[in-house]
Design a protein around this ligand. Structure first.
Ligand SMILES: Nc1ncnc2c1ncn2[C@@H]1O[C@H](COP(=O)(O)OP(=O)(O)OP(=O)(O)O)[C@@H](O)[C@H]1O
Ligand SMILES: [Mg+2]
Length: 308
């Protein structure tokens, strides 16, 4: 295994590879230890460890088939682990279903987004959690309240390119759809948000919008797990990079540009000094994120009340 196992030590919170977790000595919000997952004879995950602290973006990277999606499914409950332990907020927990995961405060946004194209933004945000007046089930939907909450949430997240929250989602761009899906995941008031390839299908400007949104989740104290094949995105927005390789921990690195070659080497398994690693680690063009961030916009605290 590339670099052996790199664990965050609870006392020092520093990995052998030098990745410092935020708040040395602080407890992780989510702690996975020895997670395994088998599909019949296939061992997709073998003894994987992962820590996520509040207010940090952890990028989960690895080649195709490395086990990234399988790992997040063990956290989101979509595909429970066959071995290992999950600790959330200091408590040992069992995640057997998406309901268990949601109840803990873990939200996952998958690549297909699961939005309904024929419904508008408000309807998508509140799908399955519609607000009604009293006298359920004969009560009317509280359309005005939901619309106001939708506008409030999207403006707090500084999603500015939507002309109207009454636009059908099928009419939106990829970046806008991703923003709606992320906003929807926040309605459950999660503490951890998992994003599986949120920029995979997006152009440069839309990618920048979504990365800016990821930064705002972090600013608001959420733990974010970001799966991405795009190392430019990863180095742009992540604090720590966790590499999976062939279903195992393949190293953990701070997301600083000098680590780029080491991360590529850990992903591919080729030597860090090889020409392939050097070529793949070519420095990315300057970020476009700053271009879409409004320098005058102040982040408002995203309160429980706002999001519930
Ligand atoms: N339902 C399943 N049945 C059998 N094998 C599976 C199943 N799901 C995943 N696997 C296997 O587990 C391994 C890890 O797959 P996974 O989808 O987690 O990889 P990944 O890192 O997300 O890859 P990608 O970057 O291509 O999305 C692969 O070998 C895959 O074939
Ligand atoms: Mg995957």
């Amino acid at each position: 295994m590339q670099g052996g196992r790199h664990l965050v030590s609870p006392s020092a919170a520093v990995t052998p590879s030098g990745a410092s977790a935020p708040g040395a000595g602080a407890a992780p919000l989510l702690k996975l230890r020895g997670i395994s997952k088998t599909f019949g004879a296939v061992r997709a995950l073998d003894n994987v460890d992962l820590d996520v602290f509040p207010g940090e973006v952890v990028a989960l990277v690895g080649d195709n088939g490395a086990g990234k999606s399988t790992l997040i499914k063990t956290i989101s409950g979509a595909g429970p682990a066959t071995g290992g332990t999950i600790t959330f907020d200091g408590r040992d927990v069992t995640v057997r279903s998406p309901t268990d995961s949601k109840a803990l405060g873990i939200a996952a946004v998958y690549q297909d987004l699961a939005l309904c194209d024929n419904l508008d933004v408000v309807e998508n945000l509140f799908l399955g959690r519609e607000e009604r007046g009293h006298n359920f089930p004969f009560s009317r939907l509280r359309e005005v309240e939901m619309e106001q909450q939708a506008i409030g949430l999207l403006s707090e997240l500084q999603v500015k390119t939507l002309a109207s929250v009454r636009t059908e989602v099928g009419m939106l761009s990829g970046g806008q759809r991703q923003s709606v899906a992320i906003a929807r995941s926040l309605l459950g008031n999660p503490r951890i948000v998992i994003l599986d390839e949120p920029t995979a299908a997006l152009g440069v400007a839309q990618t920048a919008q979504v990365l800016a949104l990821v930064s705002r989740l972090k600013e608001r104290g959420l733990g974010v797990i970001l799966i991405s094949h795009n190392l430019s995105d990863v180095f742009e927005v992540a604090d720590r990079i966790v590499v999976l390789r062939l279903g195992r921990n393949g190293g953990e690195y701070p997301a600083t540009s000098d680590q780029r070659q080491a991360v590529v080497a850990a992903i591919t398994g080729v030597g860090m000094d090889s020409p392939q690693a050097a070529a793949a680690a070519e420095v990315a063009p300057p970020s476009a994120v700053a271009a879409v961030q409004d320098p005058l916009a102040k982040p408002d605290p995203l309160t429980k009340k706002d999001l519930s």
